[in-house]
Design a protein around this ligand. Sequence first.
Ligand code: FES
Length: 161
Amino acid sequence: MAKSIRLDPLGTDTAIKTNDNLLSGLLKSQLNVSQECGGRGMCSTCHVYIKEGMESLSPLNRREKRTLEVITTCKLNSRLACQARVIGEGVVVELPSGMYLSEIDDIESLIGRRAQQNILHPISGKILVEEGKLITRSMISQLENTKGEVAQYLSNTSDAV
Ligand code: FES
């Protein structure tokens, strides 16, 4: 049987199979979720807020809890879309505003432009560049370092869990 979830602020409804994770619903809605860790619950690129219907989702597992603990934008209603499975009706999902670093293909081309939206760290969810700020060369080298750190973090943790 299918369950319906609502995506905010888009205001669209999408149907997903009972027990499928929220991520499948986001991807079905053509949302650009970068899934830096490949849906393993180790990054924050699928981090969402649950506005309603937390009780209609599977409980937090250990890995999800651990990952959410390091996300600086984590709130009481935070979940990782790849880990939260839909088991009931009435779930309303809010997407955090901003673009994760790993979604930026050509980082160099951003120099001299203003960030169109917040640029977020893929592990911590921290805002690296605020919306409207001018992106400078030194910022870009910092962002590139962050990319390297993330790749290393994911390769270190993938075997350990
Ligand atoms: S895709 Fe990485 S935690 Fe969900």
